[in-house]
Design a protein around this ligand. Sequence first.
Ligand code: SF4
Ligand code: SF4
Length: 161
Amino acid sequence: MKLERYGNGIAKGMLVTVKHLFRHPVTTQYPEQKLNISRRTRGNELIWQESTCIACGLCAQNCPQGVIHMKVENKKVVEMTADMGYCIFCGMCVEACPRESLYFSYEYEKSTYKREDLNLDKDKMLFAEGSTKRRSAYARPKIEEELPKQTLLQDRNKLKK
Ligand code: SF4
Ligand code: SF4
């Protein structure tokens, strides 16, 4: 009797396996195939636009993790660091900026072997005209048009490989 029940279990399990063999995949073949992420994603770097920054320090003051440090001289930011290893991506710094000078990046592939590589300095954060860095439209809807439209899983077959 027990053996019979055991056999039924195997048969049911195999039936599920066979069903899955013939159904369409619901995932993408990352990294060969990539979906466009949300335009408002909280990417894993901060991007700073010096030309519009008024050195008010609100971004650093509003960070609950103490990630951002800056040195201001003559109303200008002369040093700026952000240790993204401590960042919890809450978005407070970006939202607090009165001049829309701070952005999340649009990137998400930034894994690293060294902890120190997560530490950004002023040069790494800098966004200048013609920069190849892509800024996220998180809290910055005006720049949404610069970014590709988000692709959904149902559109995955249209993606270029
Ligand atoms: S996203 Fe949050 S934790 Fe990260 S730097 Fe900004 S305020 Fe700090
Ligand atoms: S909150 Fe904005 S304007 Fe103020 S220091 Fe930070 S980046 Fe500059």
